[in-house]
Design a protein around this ligand. Structure first.
Ligand SMILES: NC(=O)c1ccc[n+]([C@@H]2O[C@H](COP(=O)([O-])OP(=O)(O)OC[C@H]3O[C@@H](n4cnc5c(N)ncnc54)[C@H](O)[C@@H]3O)[C@@H](O)[C@H]2O)c1
Length: 336
C-alpha cells in the first residue's frame, strides 16, 4: 500500500485527489491518509477553477485525518508520498520539508519563485533519494507528445518559427487572492505563462536570447509578450495574458512552422497543414493531470526517473521565465 497525503486543498488539491482516487480504482494500492488545509466539514465544498471544478464528493474520508500544519502531518502520518498544491511561495519550504524526511513529493508548478529555491528542492531530493516531480502538466498532453514526435522524427523537417499563447480571465478564484500578488505567485509570467515557457524548453530547448514586455493595466504583471532566439536560428514568440474579462473562456494554443508543414495545436487537438493535405491526428486520451500523476506513481513504484520531466529541466523553465521578467524590467534583450 502507498499511503499519501494532499497538502493544500484548493482548486488543484481537489483535482489531484479526484484523479488519484480514479487511478486507484485500477491500482487498488493507494490509500489517502491525510489532508492539510481543510477540515472534514469543509471537505466537500466545491471550488472554481478556470478549467472547471473537481468533484470530490464521492471520496470516502472515514479514515482520513485533517491537519492545518503540514509539518505535523508529515511527522505524524509519515506518508509514502505527498501531493502539494499550495500557493507558490510555499512550494520550496513544504517540498524540502517532505523530501528531507524521505517522502516522495509531487509539487505543483511553477517549481518555485526563484532559482535558489528550485535548487534547494533538487538538493533535498538528491540528498534523501526521495523522488521529486513538478506538475508541469502540459508536457504530458497528447498534443504535445505528438508534436514532440514530429520534431524528433524530422518527418516535416526543421522548425523555423513558432508561436505559443495562453489567455485567461483575471484569476479571482484563489485563496486570499494570493495569485494576484507577484511577490507570492510571480504574476502571470511565472504562474500561467510558465506552461508555454516549459513547452518551449521541452520541445526546442533553452533559448539563446529573450526579449520581453509586460503590462500592468489591471493587475501587476498581468501579461507578457516574449521573443526567443533559438540556437540554429528559429524564432519563437510566446504570449500570456490573465487580465481578460471574466466572460472570456480560457484558451491555449500554438502554431508551429516546420519546413514542410504547419501544425496548429490547441488544448483539445492538433491539425497538420501541408501544401497538399490537412491531417487531424487522433489525440483522444487522458487529461494531462491524470497522465502526469500516473508517471509520478510509476516513477516512485518502479524507482525510475521520468523521460518526460525532471526537476532540473523544469528549473530551466523558471530560469527562462525569470529572464523574461528581467528583460521586461530592464527593456533589454537577456542572453541565457
Ligand atoms: N498545473 C496546472 O495546470 C495548475 C492550474 C492551477 C494552479 N496550479 C498551481 O497549483 C498551486 C495551487 O493553486 P490553486 O489554484 O489550487 O490555489 P488555491 O488558492 O485554490 O489553493 C491553495 C490552497 O492552499 C491552502 N493553503 C495555504 N497555505 C497553506 C498552508 N500553510 N498549509 C496548507 N494549506 C495551505 C489554501 O487554504 C488553499 O486552499 C499553485 O502553485 C498554482 O500555480 C497549477
Amino acid at each position: 500500500m502507498l499511503r499519501y497525503a494532499i497538502i493544500g486543498f484548493g482548486g488543484l488539491g481537489r483535482v489531484h485527489l479526484s484523479n488519484l482516487e480514479a487511478i486507484n480504482k485500477e491500482r487498488g494500492d493507494l490509500s489517502l491518509c491525510a489532508i492539510c488545509g481543510t477540515t472534514a466539514e469543509n471537505f466537500k465544498k466545491s471550488v472554481s477553477l478556470n478549467l472547471g471544478t473537481a468533484d470530490v464528493s464521492g471520496v470516502d474520508i472515514t479514515n482520513v485525518n485533517f491537519y492545518d500544519d503540514y509539518k505535523e502531518l508529515i511527522d505524524v502520518e509519515k506518508p509514502d508520498f505527498v501531493v502539494t498544491a499550495l500557493p507558490t511561495y510555499l512550494h520550496e519550504e513544504v517540498a524540502v520539508y517532505a523530501l528531507d524526511r524521505g517522502v516522495h513529493t509531487f509539487s505543483e508548478k511553477p517549481m518555485a519563485l526563484n532559482l535558489e529555491q528550485c535548487q534547494n528542492m533538487i538538493d533535498a531530493s538528491e540528498k534523501s533519494g526521495a523522488f521529486l516531480m513538478i506538475g508541469q502538466c502540459a508536457r504530458f498532453q497528447k498534443t504535445v507528445q505528438t508534436v514532440k514526435g514530429y520534431i524528433e522524427s524530422g518527418i516535416y523537417g526543421e522548425v523555423y518559427r513558432a508561436e505559443f499563447q495562453r489567455y485567461s480571465q483575471t484569476p479571482m478564484w484563489t485563496w486570499n487572492n494570493w495569485i494576484l500578488d507577484p511577490e507570492l505567485s510571480g504574476g502571470c509570467v511565472i504562474d500561467m505563462h510558465i506552461h508555454d515557457v516549459d513547452l518551449v524548453n521541452y520541445l526546442f530547448g533553452i533559448p539563446e536570447t529573450v526579449r520581453s514586455v509586460m503590462t500592468e493595466k489591471k493587475v501587476k504583471r498581468e501579461s507578457v509578450f516574449s521573443q526567443y532566439e533559438m540556437a540554429g536560428g528559429a524564432v519563437i514568440l510566446t504570449r500570456g495574458d490573465w487580465s481578460l474579462p471574466q466572460k472570456i473562456p480560457f484558451s491555449a494554443s500554438a502554431l508551429i512552422c516546420f519546413e514542410k508543414a504547419c501544425v496548429k495545436m490547441r488544448s483539445d487537438g492538433i491539425t497538420v497543414y501541408t501544401d497538399d493535405e490537412i491531417i487531424t491526428p487522433d489525440i483522444t486520451g487522458e487529461d494531462s493531470h491524470v497522465l502526469e500523476m500516473r508517471e509520478f506513481l510509476r516513477c516512485i513504484t518502479e524507482g525510475v526517473e521520468s523521460e518526460i520531466t525532471s526537476p532540473r529541466s523544469v528549473k530551466e523553465s523558471v530560469r527562462i521565465a525569470l529572464a523574461e521578467v528581467e528583460s521586461a524590467e530592464t527593456k533589454k534583450k537577456v542572453i541565457l
